[in-house]
Ligand binder design. Structure first.
Ligand SMILES: *Cc1c(COP(=O)(O)O)cnc(C)c1O
Length: 441
């Protein structure tokens, strides 16, 4: 498939690499600065593993720039791996994605009822802006653009439905909508009490040729607690919501409820379509339930940077703002050119794991905006004799990656999540725009 730019960024003289030997052999032109290598083979592997488990149509969730991995290469790889849907939250993300796909020659579905396929994928956007009817009817409004972009839109409220109807009428097209029912998360979606009115209006809009109610959907709030009974409650409400739509004469063919956690741990909630996010990027939604290795997934991103300085500091010397860490002995320390301005959490002070010179160490002292200091070990032995520096300026530090691919002991984004009391999702998506994403493979 001709997709805009992303050729392999690996040095063409390097031998073709398998995922297992990637670390040793890939040479990245941008390696003089920090970069995030995106292992498209690992991504394709994860997609195959998850798709075969799903056994039905699947959506690659590529919101937030594909969880920080770069939407273009990720979308292309997922389509190649059989995704027939792509999903994003924001309308601007969806329009950007449509532009990339158009430029790459990826077809749009030819007709309103052509089923989604990886050759002509459907794009779903689920955070549609609130517009007045006047705004919605205006040429060039966000909804106008959405319909011109052949996007599928989520609708939770009468206000949203009204705006979509007006935009569709003004444009003379039929809007494809997915009615969202709130099955227990209390985030987006119509609660069951409000659903009959929404369903009636949607039916009227469908009869008027303004919308086509193609989908019914919701989202699980506790899929990562398989024994909580929560998903059964969600499913019961989903079924009730479906009855309400049926009573209004609507029979949406694409019912979807599950993200990665639902796919993995609630097979009965897979329905017609699963929306896969974190698993594609190589992580478990909840490592306490099953680790990414147990799920057969491989981390896709490797965040790395060359050390920009290595030096010796004396015992007792404080490091970084506030002097919160002091060298316990004469010490070698290294400077990594990544900081909270790049998404490295400040919560990782003196704990964030980093791999350098064949061993694992940590950030010492506070995380700065653009840089962190890491410990490289003692600078003198027990007898007080000097020890050589274990690493030199220019040596590569790996902040997170895949231990199987990048070297035993390499930390993962999950390890960072643990020390920062957060989840791998946040570690990945907060990686900032200063860090170039370099697709490989
Ligand atoms: C983010 C998101 C997903 C993907 O969730 P994962 O846990 O990353 O698989 C699916 N559906 C919706 C509505 C989402 O917001």
């Amino acid at each position: 498939m001709p997709f805009m730019t992303v050729a392999s960024s690996a040095d063409s003289s390097a031998p073709q690499t398998s995922a297992r030997t990637w670390a040793a052999e890939v040479r990245v032109p941008g390696a003089a600065t920090a970069c995030a290598l995106i292992d498209l083979e690992a991504l394709a592997h994860n997609a195959r593993v998850l798709a075969s488990k799903a056994g039905r149509a699947w959506m690659a969730v590529v919101k937030a720039d594909a969880y920080g991995h770069g939407i273009e290469a990720v979308a292309r790889t997922c389509l190649d791996a059989g995704a027939s849907w792509l999903g994003v939250a924001q309308l601007d993300e969806a329009l950007h994605l449509r532009g990339l796909l158009d430029a790459a020659g990826v077809a749009r579905p030819r007709s309103a009822d052509e089923p989604a396929s990886s050759q002509a994928p459907r794009l779903l956007c689920w955070l549609v802006p609130v517009l007045s009817p006047q705004q919605a009817a205006r040429e060039g409004s966000p909804l106008w653009e959405a319909l011109a972009g052949d996007l599928d839109l989520s609708v939770s409220t009468l206000t949203q439905l009204q705006a979509v109807r007006v935009a569709a009428r003004a444009q003379g097209v039929v809007a494809r909508i997915h009615v969202k029912v709130d099955t227990g998360m209390s985030r987006a979606g119509a609660v069951l009490e409000d659903l009959p009115a929404l369903a009636r209006e949607a039916r009227a809009a469908q009869d008027a040729g303004e919308v086509d109610v193609v989908g019914l959907w919701s989202h699980l709030s506790r899929a990562d607690e398989p024994d909580s009974g929560s998903t059964e409650d969600h499913l019961a409400r989903f079924r009730r919501g479906e009855q309400i739509l049926n009573q209004a004469g609507l029979h949406p063919g694409v019912r979807h409820l599950s993200a990665t956690g639902g796919l993995e741990w609630h097979p009965h909630a897979r329905l017609d379509l699963v929306r896969i996010g974190i698993g594609l990027y190589g992580f478990s939604p909840e490592p306490a339930v099953a680790t990414s290795q147990e799920l057969g997934l491989r981390p896709v991103m490797r965040l790395q940077a060359p050390l920009v300085q290595v030096k010796r500091i004396p015992a007792g010397q404080a490091v970084s703002y506030g002097g919160t860490w002091s060298a316990p002995t004469d010490r070698w320390v290294g400077l990594v050119p990544l900081g909270y301005g790049d998404g490295i959490p400040r919560a990782a002070a003196s704990t964030g794991p980093v791999w350098v010179a064949g061993r694992r160490t940590t950030v010492v002292g506070k995380v700065c905006m653009d840089q962190v200091v890491i410990d490289l070990g003692p600078a003198t032995d027990a007898a007080g004799s000097p020890l050589p520096a274990p690493a030199a300026a220019g040596d590569r530090a790996i902040v997170w990656g895949d231990p199987d691919r990048d070297g035993e002991g390499v930390p993962t984004a999950e390890d960072w999540a643990r020390v920062c009391s957060t989840i791998s999702y946040e570690i990945l998506t907060r990686l900032g725009p200063r860090v170039p994403r370099v697709p490989v493979g």
